[in-house]
Design a protein around this ligand. Structure first.
Ligand code: SD4
Length: 399
């Protein structure tokens, strides 16, 4: 990265300096701040080789061979610029929320074949993002109160210590890839709303209607049950208003000990338009430190955000706790940070929240507030679902 002085003067009203990524080696790059005098950048967003790729891929997609929303993303360079890490031989492992069972296998096979860990886990979560039957993420995700699907995602790449995120993005089925594009092609971390969508279109992603008939029917049923007592909480006295939660978080460590994490979601169903959960917030929905490990979450994002759960998990592991012990302490912290209206009279949460973690040496865990949750993992023993550790027994859940 190069620090480029503002054109024509060294210092302006706002300090006068702009950070701009410039072409380097095989990587093309963007850009400066939108307020920079030379915006849009002189470096084109679509290079000749990338354009050729897009044209070829578009032809394949037209013939039904490739999911259109993956086209541009497949042309992105791998997250390849490494910083020095100590040479270690780790135990490769991928851990995810339970809906990532197919994805952890795909990601594991890729990392043992030598692929970058972030590229591998994004390929893993793309399976759910593009599956219309998974109503918690991407295509077919449950919509907001207006019936609009708004997606959140974030990712971190341990070897390069980089991160990217998008919030409230519409019409793009693979927000995880848009988050990675923010990471790879801007000097920012987090783009939101219509601007995130516009960025995705500029990067070559194809917009599509993400609201499936099934999700629309569910939304109509929810709307028909609305009444004056609704307070947009999971509970409201005697009136039960069910919000659905989902999401996929995936974390991986490679044989070289390189780590990455990603979380992608359609967020809480029927949410207030514009609501952003924990998934796209670095340190809440996912976090990764290449010297320690990675962690991420699914469930009630509002509860997690206040505890910075993923960051806290990595910090506990840095202090030497095993992943399960670290995640149990995170859940305890979440509960300690929860407002009383979301706790029952005995201090038990009225929501679900799950965490997943992997360490640099390939140990892993899944932890939930309540007994009964599970998570997906893939290592040398293959892909499987395991039971999560928990803080409260199933019978202790508030009715
Ligand atoms: C959120 N944690 O938006 C995410 C997604 C999820 O329930 O798991 N939803 O709060």
């Amino acid at each position: 990265m190069t620090i480029v002085p503002r054109q024509g003067k060294q210092k302006g009203a706002s300090g006068g300096w702009f950070l701009r990524l410039v072409p380097s080696g095989a990587r093309f790059s963007i850009v400066s701040s939108r307020t920079a005098p030379d915006f849009p950048p002189t470096t084109p967003l679509v290079t000749a080789s990338r354009r050729n790729f897009l044209e070829t891929a578009a032809a394949l997609a037209a013939a039904g061979f490739v999911p259109r929303s993956l086209l541009a993303a497949e042309s992105f360079p791998p997250s390849a610029v490494r910083v020095a890490t100590p040479l270690i031989r780790a135990r490769p492992c991928v851990v995810a929320s339970a809906n990532g069972l197919r994805g952890v296998k795909v990601a594991y096979d890729r990392i043992v074949a030598g692929e970058d860990p972030l590229d591998a886990i994004i390929a893993g979560v793309n399976i759910q993002e593009l599956d219309p039957a998974d109503q918690s993420v991407g295509l077919g995700g449950l919509p907001n109160a207006d019936g609009v699907v708004q997606l959140d995602a974030s990712c971190m790449h341990g070897p390069t210590r980089r991160a990217g995120a998008v919030g409230c993005i519409e019409d793009i089925a693979t927000p995880s890839l848009v988050a990675k594009a923010v990471m790879d092609y801007t000097d920012h971390i987090f783009l939101v709303g219509p601007h995130a969508r516009r960025f995705a279109l500029e990067m070559g992603f194809t917009p599509q209607n993400l609201l499936t008939d099934k999700s629309r029917q569910d939304w109509l049923r929810w709307r028909a049950r609305l009444n004056p007592r609704d307070a947009r909480l999971d509970f409201d006295g005697d009136v039960k208003i069910h919000f659905h939660t989902g999401t996929i978080n995936m974390n991986a460590v490679t044989t070289a000990g390189d780590i990455a994490s990603v979380t992608t979601t359609s967020g809480m169903s029927w949410k207030v338009p514009g609501r952003v959960g924990d998934s796209p917030i670095i340190g809440a929905g996912q976090y990764c430190d290449n010297s320690v490990g990675a962690a991420g979450s699914t469930g009630r994002g509002e509860a997690n955000i206040k505890a910075c759960g993923a960051f806290l998990a990595v910090e506990f592991m840095r202090q030497g706790l095993a992943p399960e012990a670290a995640l149990l302490k995170v859940v305890e912290r979440v509960i300690a940070m929860t407002e009383s209206r979301l706790l029952d009279e005995r201090g038990r949460p009225r929501f679900d929240l799950d965490f997943y973690a992997v360490t640099k040496d390939g140990r892993y865990a899944g932890v939930s507030c309540y007994e009964g949750s599970s998570f997906a993992v893939c290592d040398e023993r293959g892909a499987r679902v395991e039971s999560s550790a928990f803080v409260f027994r199933r019978g202790e859940r508030p009715r």
